[in-house]
Design a protein around this ligand. Sequence first.
Ligand code: NAP
Length: 287
Amino acid sequence: MKILIAGAHGQLGLALARRLAGAHQLLAPGRGDFDITNRERCAQAIADTRPDLVLNCAAYTAVDRAESERDAAFAVNAAGAGNLASACRDAGATLVHFSTDYVFDGAAGQPYVESDRVAPQSVYGASKLAGERAVIDSGADHLILRLSWVYGNDGGNFYKTMLRLAAERPTLRVVADQWGVPNYTADLADAVAIAINRPRAELSKLAGLYHLSATGTTNWCEFARAIIRGAAMAERVTVEAISTSDYPTAAKRPAFSALNGSRFAATFGWNPPEWRDGLRRCLAARG
Ligand SMILES: NC(=O)c1ccc[n+]([C@@H]2O[C@H](COP(=O)([O-])OP(=O)(O)OC[C@H]3O[C@@H](n4cnc5c(N)ncnc54)[C@H](OP(=O)(O)O)[C@@H]3O)[C@@H](O)[C@H]2O)c1
């Protein structure tokens, strides 16, 4: 297939490009060459290149900054997603769009399923939810994959921040009352590769919204401790548990945002790893 990755220089875009190279013809532009907020240029580029499939990894992901940059977040995450989806519809391409666990309010006691009520608590969450709706409303063939706590060895993420801070400080203070599931980018890329391997007509019948997630649930503090232990830094670095109220942020985050990925796993035949297994492989793959 000819596959265009929008936002190809982000952490998920890079993992997908690495995973799909060789098996597919890839177009992997960064924001400078393919800006999804420019409706006309976006439509023209897709009409000119005629991809079979578009993976939308482009997003405004600065969760706290979005609180004061609402228009910028919506321009990319909502209008941009809609631009891409309309262009895909017009060119007959299938769109795989990524969304977030932050569409939920965090009040659930067990991992969220696709039919659970959405109630974003932040501008970022609201902008991503608006993006999901724009993709659905476009009429393009689509998969919307909601992800949570994405990390890997590329780009910026919590895992890399913990490794950097652990090299600089003897004590890290990390919130222990926000629960979710960390997901290694390489595992997410594997899952996407399996899903898009279906013949397009079959994929079209499976169109819709899915939660894509590893298994197991943890909190940021436990995740940080697992990172520090796995990187053999635990002897000189202590991770102290704090509460959300000790670490005020501009955006409100859900207290519990684990996603139940059973529907995706059963539909596409993906065997989700436990999150600790993903972390082990991510640490082992460090340069
Ligand atoms: N990171 C997480 O923990 C997490 C959790 C749940 C869901 N997700 C979702 O997963 C997807 C991938 O996220 P990620 O973690 O890979 O994010 P990321 O590393 O921040 O990458 C996003 C990429 O999008 C690019 N971009 C921003 N605005 C653009 C525009 N107007 N046109 C084209 N590209 C643009 C960014 O370029 P610049 O760097 O130049 O701005 C960046 O390369 C997103 O949909 C995100 O909402 C992420």
